[in-house]
Design a protein around this ligand. Structure first.
Ligand code: SF4
Ligand code: SF4
Ligand code: SF4
Length: 270
């Protein structure tokens, strides 16, 4: 049954992608930066606040199941264009600068407007209607998404998600403690690395087998489930692991031929 995970992931993404125009029309999908600028707690602020709040429990589920910018990058044309590239680690300083710049600039504008009396403080308005603004944000969405896709083509799959999205960076911090994560049965894994080739964010999944515990504790994981589906050995599952220490203590050491230390790293088991 778990093999259907990526199917449901695709259904969820298509649904949210199709709902996007409705969001624009009904809720004025004001982006978080602009919501802060306008002093409005809008629909999108609430959604992302919830995603950030649950990230220590459910990781970056928002990035993998709901975010339309992420989904657009992963659409079939994105797959075709974005070939597997060399794995790059997120650029830490860029990751920090983006959210700091994001909130510092939006809050500065907000306080300037507060001083000049244009706004009276934050107001709660999930359905922050404005036809005029809708068109404006539709353009921003298109530029954001096309920019993210181009960076993916030029640099690496979901490069923008890993380095430039303020919300993604904050979710990544929360997901460091995620309880929901891919778990590899290290005794069943044969080291084929098929899971790595399908991973939407280029995670070196097999490294987590080599570290002997099989817990894929990578804060980039968006829980898409593709690695689970591709594993012929049924060695990968997405599970709730409440206590990582206790789990690790229960993992048996691997047999020597499989985990050769000084030479070839991948040893295929029949
Ligand atoms: S990192 Fe940002 S753009 Fe990428 S999926 Fe997550 S929220 Fe969306
Ligand atoms: S696809 Fe399965 S068997 Fe192959 S490396 Fe990944 S977890 Fe191991
Ligand atoms: S590790 Fe698996 S679940 Fe996580 S992003 Fe990669 S393919 Fe998706």
């Amino acid at each position: 049954m778990i093999r259907r995970l990526s199917f449901w992931n695709t259904v969820s993404r298509i649904l949210f992608l199709m709902l996007t125009p409705a969001f624009f029309r009904l809720f004025n999908f004001a982006f978080i930066w602009h919501s802060i600028y306008w002093g409005v707690i809008s629909f999108v602020v609430i959604i992302w606040f919830v995603f950030l709040l649950i990230s220590p429990l459910f990781g970056r589920i928002g990035c993998g199941w709901f975010c339309f910018v992420g989904t657009t990058q992963d659409l079939p044309f994105g797959y075709a264009l974005i070939k597997q590239k060399k794995k790059r680690k997120p650029i830490v300083w860029l990751r920090f600068i983006m959210p700091i710049g994001f909130f510092a600039s939006s809050l500065t504008f907000f306080f300037l407007r507060l001083n000049s009396g244009e706004v009276e403080g934050f107001r709660f308005s999930p359905a922050f209607f404005s036809t005029e603004l809708n068109a404006h944000y539709q353009h921003i969405w298109m530029y954001d998404t096309i920019g993210a896709l181009l960076l993916g083509i030029l640099l690496e799959k979901r490069w923008a998600c890993k380095n430039m999205c303020a919300m993604g960076s904050l979710s990544a911090i929360g997901s460091t403690w995620s309880r929901l994560l891919p778990v590899i049965d290290t005794n069943s894994c044969n080291g084929c690395k098929k899971c790595e080739t399908v991973c939407l964010v280029n995670i070196p999944i097999f490294d987590y087998v080599e570290r002997q515990d099989g817990l894929v504790t990578n804060s980039e994981c968006i829980l898409c489930g593709r690695c689970v589906d591709v594993c012929n050995k049924d060695a990968l599952k997405i599970k709730f692991i409440w206590n990582r220490k206790r789990y690790r203590a229960g993992v048996e050491p691997k047999s020597a031929p499989f985990f050769e230390r000084n030479g070839q790293k991948t040893v295929i088991r029949e």
